[in-house]
Design a protein around this ligand. Sequence first.
Ligand code: ZN
Length: 103
Amino acid sequence: MNKTCDICGEGTELSLLSSRIAPVTYAICRNCSQRGAENIGVVSFWIASYGGPDEAPEFRDQLISWIDGRYVGWEVIERYFQLNEGAIKQAFKEEFLLLDDDP
Ligand SMILES: [Zn+2]
């Protein structure tokens, strides 16, 4: 098990919590858990899976993530995605191909 929080990278009072947007389980600290924060990588893949921020479900407005040392909402997440869109979509494609190869 990870010794630091999967969202903010700090290492206190970790517990396990399922992501609300992806089939992953976080080792998550109390602060992130209370905020319902999601890992930015997971959020990025979630957005990519819909084809982009504009296509993501309305639920996006409720997302909280952690970027550059602070909690952020959808506005910043969307900007982060747009800035990193090429790399995210490439990584998503590769991940998808890997999953796709499973029998
Ligand atoms: Zn945390």
